[in-house]
Write a protein that binds this ligand. Structure first.
Ligand SMILES: O=P(O)(O)OP(=O)(O)OP(=O)(O)OC[C@H]1O[C@@H](n2cnc3c(O)ncnc32)[C@H](O)[C@@H]1O
Ligand SMILES: [Mg+2]
Length: 217
């Protein structure tokens, strides 16, 4: 599937512009002429609520609606921060932890408050994501693939950095500590975040499948 400029298109069923930018960046390393379209680039459709208790379940809800509405090969990511001391929460509720507004600053403030009395050695957490890739097959069918990625680390006590999005300002990945550094994900260059992130891992796992499907169209 190509448009006027001959790029191959994939639809990313997301409203999160920063997440979409990460996906474009990661996918074009495997499919250099890929063009990621977000929800703002396609005709509006009824976006389903993310009602499943699992990341995989929600990624599938989003990708099925995307394929049905656009007819394009589509990707959806459902992701979040799972904090040990909160029994894995915010988890699938990460985007709306402080309410329905999807307000990163409010979510971070609430998380800091909730962890105020938690000592350093119990502030472990991981980001996780499920990435679903779906594309139309036959009459009304859809082929689906789901992969997962994780990034382990800990939640610090103050906001640091201005890159990334969401909880990046509060999260120090174990991989950055092991490298002798101690940076939040919001202090990393985009490429450095992609190299260790949950989304980077998942997209590197699904990219060969996406490449095969897009170049076979
Ligand atoms: O559902 P879409 O439209 O894709 O966008 P969303 O932001 O609502 O995405 P999710 O439902 O997957 O919720 C993910 C939330 O988890 C957090 N999150 C996920 N990945 C993150 C990352 O790489 N860095 C920081 N926070 C992240 C952040 O708060 C996101 O809003
Ligand atoms: Mg969401």
């Amino acid at each position: 599937m190509t448009d006027g400029d001959q790029r191959v298109q994939v639809f990313v069923a997301s409203r999160n512009a920063k997440k979409i930018a990460e996906m474009q960046r990661l996918l074009e390393q495997h499919v250099p002429d890929i063009q990621v379209l977000g929800l703002d680039d396609v005709a509006p459709y009824d976006e389903p609520a993310e009602t499943e208790p699992t990341f995989e379940g929600n990624a599938l809800i989003k990708v099925r609606a995307g394929v049905a509405a656009t007819g394009l090969p589509s990707i959806a990511d459902d992701s979040g921060l799972c904090v040990d001391a909160l029994n894995g929460m915010p988890g699938v509720l990460s985007a709306r932890w402080a309410g329905t507004a999807k307000d990163d600053a409010a979510n971070n403030d609430l998380l800091l408050q909730q962890l105020e009395d938690v000592p350093d050695e119990r502030r472990g957490a991981h980001f996780t994501c499920a990435v679903a890739f779906g594309y139309p097959v036959g009459a009304g069918g859809i082929s689906e693939h789901v992969v997962h990625g994780e990034m382990r680390g800990r939640v610090i006590r103050e906001l640091r950095g201005d890159g990334g999005f969401g909880y990046d300002v509060l999260f120090v990945a174990d991989d950055t500590v092991a490298g002798g550094d101690c940076h939040t994900s919001a202090e990393l260059d985009p490429d450095a975040k992609d190299a260790i992130s949950h989304r980077g891992k998942a997209l590197r796992a699904i990219a060969p499948v996406v490449a095969d499907v897009l170049t076979g169209l």
